[in-house]
Design a protein around this ligand. Structure first.
Ligand SMILES: [Zn+2]
Ligand SMILES: [Zn+2]
Ligand SMILES: [Zn+2]
Length: 148
């Protein structure tokens, strides 16, 4: 596991056959600390002014998604956000987790422990390789329960 300062994004990008442009490296560094779920607009705001426009950000995001470096998620508020995804156990980008989302305040809690365990037989029987899963839970958080 690496953190933002030790992850060598230039090597990760090259390993994946992507050109390690400064904007791509900056985007990945932006998404790497702890749990970051950012929309294209939020990335645009977070980057230094004039570094990249939305189209450039979106294209980089798409190239990351194509190689499985990041995934898009929509957690009930209609906004597509992106986050780093694990690629392999050895990858510095490894981060498998689940989300626990409040339907009222849209707060996202990270569930670090995988709650699925073994891949169910009904899925294994389909014969797919490189199986992965995504699972998000939605509910009303304790704070919002008290407020209602
Ligand atoms: Zn997440
Ligand atoms: Zn809530
Ligand atoms: Zn899991």
């Amino acid at each position: 596991m690496g953190n933002a300062s030790t992850t060598d994004w230039v090597s990760v990008l090259r390993e994946l056959g992507l050109k390690a442009t400064p904007i791509r490296v900056e985007l990945l560094a932006l998404l790497s600390p702890d749990h970051r779920l950012l929309s294209v607009d939020e990335i645009h705001v977070a980057l230094k002014k004039g570094v990249a426009n939305r189209t450039t950000i979106y294209r980089s995001i798409q190239s990351f998604e194509e190689v499985g470096l990041i995934v898009s998620t929509e957690l009930g508020d209609g906004i597509v956000r992106y986050e780093l995804r694990h690629r392999s156990q050895k990858s510095p980008a490894h981060h498998h987790h689940h989300h626990l989302v409040c339907r009222v305040c849209h707060k996202v809690k990270v569930v670090e422990e995988c709650v699925v365990g073994k891949v169910p037989k009904v899925i294994r029987d389909e014969g797919y390789s490189d199986l992965d899963h995504r699972l998000d839970f939605f509910g009303v958080c304790p704070r919002c329960q008290k407020a209602s």
